[in-house]
Design a protein around this ligand. Structure first.
Ligand code: NAD
Length: 244
C-alpha cells in the first residue's frame, strides 16, 4: 500500500477507524471522511505512522456537492486517488408501521446515496489513471433482510446492485469494485442493540463470537491488494458464518 492515496468514508470511528489505521500502517496516505472529526491526530491514534499518514476531512457523504469539492481538492493535491472505501453508514431502526419518512430517507441518503456520491466523484479520476479499487461496506442484512431494518436492509441491498453495475462499467479501466458484508461487529453502532438482540446473534453465529473491527479491515486490505486484482463485482460475507 506504500504511497497509495486512500479515502475512507466514516473513517473516524468503529470499522472505518480500523480501516484507516490498517491502511496508514501499510504505508498508504489516508483521507478519513467524517461528519465529526477528532480534535487532533493524537486524539485519534498515538501511533507515529498513523499520525504521519492520516488526514481528516469534514464532509457529509449524503451531499454530492460537498463530496465532489472534497474529492477534487484531494485529487488536485495528490494527482491521483487509488482506493475508495465507502464505509460511512447509519441505522435508524423501527418496524415499518412506525418508521418515519425521514428515518427512511436519512438511512438511504447516507448508506446508499453516499456511496453513489463518492463513487461518482472519484470514478473519472480512477478512469483517467487506469487504476482503482473501490470497496463498499454493506451488511449481511442486505442479503438476508432483518425485521425492524427495512430502510437499512434496502440501502445495503441497493449497494449490492450498485457494486455489480459499477464493476461492469469500470472493469475495462482496471478498476475493481467489491462489497464486504459484515455480520455483527463490536462498534458503537451495535452497542445500541438490546440484550435480547445481542443474544440472538450470539446464538446464531457459528463461530460463537462477535467480530472486532480489525477483522473487517483485514479483508478490506485484501480486496485493495494486488492479490485480489482479478476479483470484481463480488459480495463477501465476513460474519463468522451467520448468513450461510
Ligand atoms: N457494526 C456492525 O455490526 C456492522 C455490521 C454490518 C455492517 N456494518 C456497516 O459498517 C459500516 C461502519 O459501521 P460501524 O459499526 O463502524 O458504525 P459507527 O456508527 O461506529 O461508525 C460509522 C461512521 O460513519 C460516519 N458517518 C455517518 N454518517 C455520515 C455522513 N453522512 N457522512 C460522513 N460520515 C458519516 C460516522 O461519523 C462514523 O464515523 C457501516 O456502513 C455499517 O452499516 C456494521
Amino acid at each position: 500500500m506504500k504511497d497509495k492515496i486512500v479515502i475512507v468514508t466514516g473513517g473516524i470511528r468503529g470499522i472505518g477507524k480500523a480501516i484507516s489505521i490498517a491502511f496508514c500502517k501499510a504505508g498508504a496516505k489516508v483521507y478519513a471522511f467524517g461528519r465529526n472529526l477528532p480534535n487532533s491526530k493524537t486524539d485519534f491514534s498515538n501511533d507515529e505512522t498513523v499520525i504521519n499518514n492520516i488526514e481528516f476531512v469534514k464532509v457529509d457523504v449524503s451531499n454530492l456537492e460537498f463530496v465532489s469539492d472534497a474529492i477534487s481538492q484531494i485529487a488536485k493535491k495528490e494527482s491521483r486517488i487509488d482506493i475508495l472505501i465507502n464505509n460511512a453508514g447509519i441505522t435508524k431502526d423501527n418496524l415499518i408501521i412506525r418508521m418515519s419518512e425521514s428515518d427512511w430517507d436519512d438511512v438511504i441518503d447516507i448508506n446508499l446515496k453516499g456511496t453513489f456520491n463518492c463513487i461518482k466523484a472519484t470514478s473519472r479520476i480512477m478512469m483517467g489513471q487506469r487504476y482503482g479499487r473501490i470497496i463498499n461496506i454493506g451488511s449481511i442484512v442486505g442479503t438476508i433482510g432483518n425485521a425492524g431494518q427495512t430502510n437499512y436492509a434496502a440501502a445495503k441491498a441497493g449497494m449490492i446492485g450498485l457494486t455489480k453495475s459499477i464493476a461492469k462499467e469500470l472493469a475495462s479501466r482496471n478498476i475493481t469494485v467489491n462489497l464486504i458484508a459484515p455480520g455483527y461487529v463490536d462498534t458503537d453502532m451495535t452497542n445500541k442493540l438490546s440484550d435480547e438482540q445481542k443474544e440472538f446473534f450470539m446464538n446464531n453465529i457459528p463461530l460463537k463470537r462477535v467480530a472486532n473491527a480489525d477483522e473487517i479491515a483485514d479483508v478490506v486490505l485484501f480486496f485493495a491488494s494486488d492479490s485480489a486484482k482479478y476479483i470484481t463485482g463480488q459480495v463477501l460475507h465476513v460474519d463468522g458464518g451467520l448468513a450461510m
